[in-house]
Design a binder for this molecule. Sequence first.
Ligand code: CP3
Length: 354
Amino acid sequence: MTQIENDRYLRALLRQPVDRTPVWLMRQAGRYLPEYRQLRAEVGDFMTLCQSPELACEVTLQPLRRFELDAAILFSDILTIPDAMGLGLSFGAGEGPRFAKVIQHQRDVDTLPIPDPESELRYVMDAVRTIKKELKQKVPLIGFSGSPWTLATYMVEGGSSKQFSRIKQMLYREPQLLHGLLAKLAESVIQYLNAQIAAGADAVMIFDTWGGVLSHDDYQTFSLQYMTQIVQGIQRQHEGRTIPITLFTKGGGQWLDAIAASGCDAIGLDWTTNISMARQQVGNRVALQGNMDPAVLLGDDALVTHKVQQILQAYGHGSGHVFNLGHGITPDIEPERVKTFVDAVHHFSAPYHQ
Ligand code: CP3
């Protein structure tokens, strides 16, 4: 095992002392960067970027060349699993994801295969191995997956959704059908994340982007229950290091106790949660990631710096905080604001670790 040079991110997730608060951004590689847009235009298609390990590696490293980020995140997508299950993923220009096949009936679930990560999703594992090599142990690499519930919303709706009518109809009319789908997805995610860890991912994160559209009781039954199964199924030790797991439920601020009880190491917070109150609530059980409103980056440098200071102060002294946005960075952000953001976190966080 070789040591990672800058391991602040991993240490903060495990609530070990750090010199500064680590920072990375959800969706840190992507369309707000001109170099990404250029490569994407040359290649023509988002999935081609994901499926070529060299290109996925290049895009992963682009934000790290510009900003002093404390972690890299694998360039890929959460929808690789349903694609590998045979649903036929495509991204139309300006349209978001679309599936050629949707899940409607019991036989659709029964015939759904659990993809073998080293064959059907080999391009993801090859990307992890390529990125790990190129990172030269400078910063950790985050692997990721969607939550079963969030993946199921795309598989049942056929793409992005506003109302979630089809999947909610399934939930209320045929809950056992939905449970069958979620169980298969949980098993697929466990195998997928364990393969990413074996390939070199130093930490993993589960994006439950749509957990917050569920009612209080349904969140536990249809989302958190399956994320808990995943936490229990993940290989937590690899080559002498602990692999921390972060669960991010957008809109999940009211369920922190339940999420902490899943056994995860950290909870991702969106910007609607008060991080000071969240810390009081979770105590020493888990670390917290977040949670600046991504739209703050539409303001000027003074605003960005001010909001960073507010969040650092709200979290307070000591380790256990990974700075991030409360959701992904949007394509309309100026890269200069991101530099201000990252540098402000490092600069103003030092006193909180003395
Ligand atoms: O964070 C990173 O930099 C790593 C890469 C990453 C992408 N998607 C790249 C991407 C990650 C972690 C994701 C996760 C993802 N994908 C989520 C969960 C996180 C979240 O934001 O809530 C979801 C819901 C998806 C599904 C998805 N992928 C949608 C809805 C879209 C279209 C909308 C959009 O933002 O374009 C994508 C496409 C996608 N995934 C792009 C990127 C860079 C844009 C592709 C392009 O046109 O270049």
